[in-house]
Write a protein that binds this ligand. Structure first.
Ligand SMILES: [Zn+2]
Length: 99
């Protein structure tokens, strides 16, 4: 397994540190944003690793309509790092061993 960014390991184990940046105009760009009628758009950015999460919440039903993630390129990890382990299991071990 190659070097894994400390931030990415931490986020993989304890979860992202989301900061609400909805007002900044940023967001996930998947090549043409969907315009969702009657939806409230929320954008969050992880203060640790820089991952962006974009959500659309229905103003009518109050339910989550869509959620998309955008990861910084250098943090992209293969789905399985170690044969026979899930990514989460591997990250947890790396994290624990680093103290
Ligand atoms: Zn993160």
């Amino acid at each position: 397994m190659g070097r894994v960014a400390q931030e990415r390991v931490e986020c993989g184990v304890i979860g992202h540190a989301w900061d609400d940046v909805s007002g900044s105009g940023g967001g996930v760009d998947k090549g043409g944003k969907k315009v969702l009628q009657g939806a409230k758009r929320k954008v969050f950015r992880c203060t640790r690793c820089g991952t962006v999460r974009e959500e659309a919440w229905s103003k009518v039903t109050g339910q989550l309509m869509s959620r998309a993630y955008e990861y910084p390129d250098d943090y992209k990890l293969p789905k399985v790092l170690v044969e026979g382990e899930t990514q989460r299991e591997t990250l947890r071990k790396v994290w624990i061993r680093r103290g």
